[in-house]
Design a protein around this ligand. Structure first.
Ligand SMILES: [Zn+2]
Ligand SMILES: [Zn+2]
Length: 115
């Protein structure tokens, strides 16, 4: 038996075996294929979380430096977290989330028609 630690986790949604490190060496916490995560860290207290519920990607936030952040919401406790987007994350899902607010504005667009 090898004692070598394998830094992988299994995606709770699609079952993909995910390396805990992105190609650039940065630690990742979400699946690059479906972008789902698991609530294992308590972001408010900075320690491990008892929750361990599935976290769904709900939005993209762009920081002032231009970095893209992925916003997750926990299905169990509702906590929101933000994590850096990694270079091999599913670009189709990322783009879909990035344009969703433009496609579904929370106000009627009609007034702009007469401008
Ligand atoms: Zn997945
Ligand atoms: Zn949770």
């Amino acid at each position: 038996m090898s004692t070598l630690r394998t830094d992988t986790f299994t995606c709770v949604r699609c079952g993909l075996t995910v390396s805990a490190f992105a190609p650039d060496g940065a630690r990742r916490n979400h699946c690059p294929s479906c972008l789902h995560s698991l609530h294992v860290l308590d972001h408010a207290e900075g320690g491990p979380s008892e929750c361990r519920s599935r976290m769904a990607p709900i939005a993209i936030a762009v920081l002032r430096e231009g970095d893209w952040m992925l916003i997750h919401r926990c299905a169990g406790c509702g906590e929101l977290t933000s994590n850096p987007v990694r270079q091999d994350d599913n670009q189709l899902i990322l783009m879909r989330m990035a344009v969703r607010p433009l496609a579904e504005p929370p106000f009627p667009l009609e007034p702009f028609g007469g401008m």
